[in-house]
Design a protein around this ligand. Sequence first.
Ligand code: SF4
Ligand code: SF4
Length: 296
Amino acid sequence: MNALRPAVIAVASGKGGTGKTTMAVHLALASARTRATLLVDLDVEAPDVLGYFPMVEPLEAPSSVSVAVPRLVGAFCTGCGLCANSCRFGAIIAIGGVVTIDEKVCKGCGRCVAVCPAGALVEGRVEVGAMVESRVGALSLLEGRMAVGDIRSTAVIDAAKRRAAELGGAAHIRDCPPGISCPATHAMEGADFVILVAEPTRFSAHDLFGAMRYVRDRGLAAGILINKYGFGSVDIEELADREGLPVVGRVAFERDRAGAGAAGRLWESNGDFMRQMEDLVTTLIDMGNSSRGGFR
Ligand code: SF4
Ligand code: SF4
């Protein structure tokens, strides 16, 4: 491990609505009190971290995220169909020697361009999203967001992860998409620790089960943060224990705090809660330092 890179903590969940983003925001705010911290919104289909900071202005204009898509040079095309056969995403069809490219479906892998024996495909670029950087107090923010109507979320997530790596710092807190779909797993990938936020309800337990299996099968270091502790009737601790994952924290259910969270208001004035968040980040970073050689 490169000892100069930031510790990366991914905050994920089995389902939406467990308080995942709220936890990510407050973990980052607490962490920023003592170390250079970047909060990365990788929930690019529905980024809402900036909703907690309505007065924050972007540091500069959003930077575009694009992918390379093939464009047909019809005069060179022999109609051989190799490009269509090579595309695993069904973005090219070749019928009767006529090639049609669906740019909206293309993932930009470049395979078709590489296999075309006639040089009839050239790369063009299409915008799939954007990144916005901002700062609130000591905390740096990076938001990835998809272009309206686009489906290539993983390209935006990868771009935001690359930009986060360039920005450096001591700790990165990622707000991941909920669930274990492709965007969610992309967002978790490469993290030093994954926090799965769960609430003690049947819906949460059901979806948490899949997320726990995913992190376990991928060999990711992970633990469960139980939000709204004492609210529902499902024993998340027993579930976590059965799957061999530690419970890394319990945030008690408080009606006022839940109301603030639902309204996108910060809980920074709650000293006990913020200390809990800071202790959790510090513990995870210390764990990483002792088991994997150290962070910045
Ligand atoms: S670049 Fe990749 S995804 Fe796009 S059309 Fe070519 S093979 Fe398919
Ligand atoms: S591989 Fe090239 S030459 Fe063959 S059909 Fe596709 S674009 Fe045309």
